[in-house]
Design a protein. Structure first.
Length: 205
C-alpha cells in the first residue's frame, strides 16, 4: 500500500468501475483509494508457501484459498482489500466471481513500508467481518508468525510461534489449520529479507 491517490473520493461502486480500467491494483477505505506497492521476492515466496500449505489443508472441505489478486470486500467498513492469502468457506462466496466477503482466515506478510497499515486500519476493518476467526501476520526477516484468533465470545487473543521447528495452530470451525514455519519459510533468503528491512528503515544491514 502506498500513499492515497489524489482524486475525488469514490463511492464503492465508482471505485469498482474505476479500478476495472486500471493496470495496477488499488485498495479502498471509506472513499479513499490506495495504490498497491509491488512486493519483494521474499514476500512472494512467503505468500506462495502459505497459499500451498492452506490449499493442501482445505482438500475435502467446502473452502477456497485465494491470494494477491482477489478482492475482499468489507461492507461494514466501506472497504476493499487484497489480502496476501485468505480462506473462505461460505456458499455465498463460492457464487461470487469478482470479490469475496466471508473470509474465515486472513494472512498478511508484513513489509517494512506497510506494517503499520496492516496492523492498524486494515486489521481494524478485518475485525468487522462477522465470520472471521483468525488474522495472521508473518514476518519476512525471521521465522516468526503472530495469529490473532477470535473466540466464540468475540475476544481476540494473540498466539505466536518462532523458529523453523515451530508450528502455529489456527483452529477454525471449518478446520484445524496449521502453519508449520519450516514450510512457510521454505526457500526464504533471510539475508535478503533483512537487507530489505534495513534499507526501508534507513539503517545499515
Amino acid at each position: 500500500m502506498s500513499a492515497v491517490l489524489s482524486q475525488p473520493r469514490f463511492s464503492y461502486a465508482d471505485y469498482l468501475a474505476w479500478e476495472a480500467t486500471q493496470t495496477e491494483r488499488h485498495e479502498y477505505i471509506g472513499g479513499d483509494v490506495f495504490a498497491m506497492a509491488g512486493g519483494s521476492t521474499v514476500h512472494n515466496t512467503l505468500s506462495g508457501n502459505i497459499y500451498m500449505a492452506l490449499r493442501a489443508q482445505t482438500q475435502g472441505l467446502p473452502c477456497r484459498v485465494y491470494m494477491a489478486d482477489v478482492k475482499l470486500h468489507v461492507a461494514s467498513a466501506d472497504a476493499s482489500f487484497y489480502p496476501d492469502v485468505f480462506v473462505t468457506c461460505s456458499a455465498a462466496d463460492a457464487a461470487r466471481s469478482t470479490q469475496q466477503q466471508d473470509a474465515l482466515l486472513i494472512v498478511e506478510v508484513l513489509s517494512p513500508t506497510t506494517e503499520g497499515y496492516d496492523r492498524g486500519a486494515k486489521f481494524a476493518a478485518y475485525r468487522l467481518i462477522p465470520g472471521l476467526q483468525a488474522v495472521v501476520f508473518v514476518a519476512q526477516d525471521k521465522p516468526h508468525i503472530e495469529a490473532f484468533r477470535r473466540s466464540a465470545e468475540g475476544v481476540w487473543t494473540l498466539h505466536e510461534a518462532s523458529g523453523l521447528d515451530a508450528v502455529l495452530p489456527c483452529a477454525t470451525t471449518e478446520g484445524a489449520f496449521r502453519l508449520a514455519l519450516n514450510a512457510v519459510y521454505a526457500e526464504v533468503d533471510f539475508s535478503a529479507a533483512k537487507a530489505a528491512v534495513a534499507a526501508s528503515s534507513g539503517t545499515s544491514a
